[in-house]
Design a protein around this ligand. Structure first.
Ligand code: GLP
Length: 241
């Protein structure tokens, strides 16, 4: 793993955006795997800024998102569709036909998971996958488990993830209990991975991810096996390494 330590969240966001923009410049029709959560918001803001200055072009870029809550429609303000539109897609020249996110409203979960894997396959795989990190080591919505789940699937969210994500909802009861997520194999099949981490509250889990044993109990620890992972993390997040 390549590690890049940054001063703070702002610096992490700028450096993360640099990696993504380099990918877009070198391959204008690249496939970006995108993440939600609070961590990548600064990266998206920076990309929007550079787009506004004429330095970036999203017209040929294809995007596949990591995950989506099950049961939330695209219009629901807490859906990841809505998040992506708000922070990135509506602010740049993305072609809507190039945007792929699991369909949270599809009731037949097996069908949706197969469809999503087929989408990624037909795009030729992911060039650069952006990841945030859950407090329990989850990536996408791959929660700690007894085995690494390979492909896109529908998962039950853990209490700790529901707790962590209820800050975005008016009440805990309205946080969905299930989500669609790319699997671990889907994620590590990406040609490059960019893991973004910020804050002292992630320091202990980041230590386990990077220096602990590779175990499905810490899903992100699987990234140690990937040949091209860049971790961009601020000083606070790297505080325990
Ligand atoms: C959610 C998302 C993850 C994200 C995680 C961390 O659970 N499904 O993809 O990485 O939150 O969120 P945050 O960046 O807000 O800490």
């Amino acid at each position: 793993m390549k590690i890049c330590e940054t001063r703070d969240y702002r610096d992490m966001s700028r450096k993360g955006a640099n990696v993504i923009s380099a990918q877009m410049i070198l391959k204008p029709d690249c496939v970006l795997g995108l993440a939600t959560g609070s961590t990548p918001i600064g990266v998206y803001d920076q990309l929007v800024d550079w787009y506004g200055k004429g330095d970036l072009d999203f017209s040929q870029v294809k995007t596949v998102n990591l995950d989506e809550y099950r049961g939330l429609s695209e219009e629901h303000p807490q859906s990841y569709h809505y998040f992506m539109n708000r922070y990135l897609f509506s602010r740049v020249n993305m072609n809507p036909a190039h945007i792929y996110i699991p369909n949270g409203m599809e009731k037949n979960w097996e069908k949706e998971c197969c469809r999503y894997e087929e989408v990624i396959r037909s795009l030729g795989g992911i060039d650069l996958q952006i990841l945030g990190l859950g407090h329990n080591g989850h990536i996408g919505f791959n929660e700690p488990d007894f085995q690494f789940a390979p492909l896109t699937r529908c998962v039950d969210l853990t209490e700790s993830t529901i707790e962590a994500n209820c800050r975005f909802f008016s009440e805990k009861e309205s946080v969905p209990r299930q989500a669609y997520t790319m699997g671990i194999k889907t994620i590590i099949n990406a040609r490059k991975i960019l893991l973004l981490v910020s804050g002292s509250d992630k320091a202990e889990i980041l230590r386990k991810v990077m220096a602990g044993p590779i175990t499905p109990q810490v899903p992100a620890s699987v990234l140690q096996l990937h040949p091209d992972v860049t971790v961009i993390a601020d000083r606070e997040a790297l505080g325990k390494l």
